[in-house]
Design a protein around this ligand. Sequence first.
Ligand SMILES: Nc1nc2c(ncn2[C@@H]2O[C@H](COP(=O)(O)OP(=O)(O)O)[C@@H](O)[C@H]2O)c(=O)[nH]1
Ligand SMILES: [Mg+2]
Length: 333
Amino acid sequence: MAFSLFGKRDKSDQQPDQPTAVASEPQEPKRGLFDRMKQAVTRTRESFSESISSVIALTREVDETTLVNLEPLLLAADLGAPTTALVMENLRRRALRVGIQGGDDLKRLLRAELKQVLDSVARPITHPATPPEVIMMVGVNGTGKTTTTGKLAAYFTAQGRTVLLCAADTFRAAAIEQLEVWAQRSDVQIIKTKQGGDPSAALYDACAAAKARNTQVLIVDTAGRLHTKTDLMKELDKMRRTAEKLVPGAPHQTLLVMDATTGQNGLTQARLFTEAAHVTGIVLTKLDGTAKGGIVLAIATELKLPVVYAGIGEKLEDIIPFDSGSFIDSLLD
Ligand SMILES: Nc1nc2c(ncn2[C@@H]2O[C@H](COP(=O)(O)OP(=O)(O)O)[C@@H](O)[C@H]2O)c(=O)[nH]1
Ligand SMILES: [Mg+2]
């Protein structure tokens, strides 16, 4: 049975577009960001959008069979079971209420439902009245913390903000050197200690330096850790307290860096991490390297946290502020 039989489409029932996730940062032109997002999610779009098109092409009218066929596509794009169930339930409810006449209608409603999932966790970005703003990068090994720290330094500098980096991954000498290379690339200063040193001591020095120099943003690169390593999680707590002592309200942002290619496994890990580390937002890296970009939606429903930035490659400029509208349009176009 086609849904167009259940109800007439009422234009006034359409949801207006919600505000997008990132509103208050100085932006490069929207079009440029959209093109970069589109490029980054090419692999996801190719599998997701094409399979949706083939489901729609099978039928003239959208009916229950169409919806049943849509479900595995959402799962395949890595939306995860809870998010897929939520989106399908909302689509069915809307189909009954307003009718879905054809493929274009279905796509439009799907777009609205997916965007709603992301916008429900969007938070406006605010900067503290008194600098520095302290941003801590946390997460497991290899997700892209150091790379993202380096990219963000360049990104904020391009916005005209002054930046200081803190090498608080004192585990490996290579980690400190790696961050130094990034600091040189974006021409910002770095505060470090020797390998094996106390990360909180490095952070103390960095906070003091940022205050003395009136630096606007202090980005802290930390060592990779698992939420199960109690000592390392305590070390994060100590770092937070150290920052707070010197800079009221710090850390202002704690960004969990997640690797998009690890999919649902990364999500399970992230859930436990966010609880322990007071995470305020997600940086999703390697979006360029996966066909499962739907993980962004799973993050929203399951972690209740917004993706704030997306890593879209290995170079300095390969970071974009995450925008829900561009992301969903990029997937469905
Ligand atoms: N393709 C791609 N590679 C990335 C991205 N972010 C980080 N990487 C790579 O991931 C690897 C680990 O990054 P690193 O910053 O050292 O991770 P960390 O251990 O969390 O500090 C490096 O080879 C990076 O070049 C991204 O957005 N896209
Ligand atoms: Mg690192």
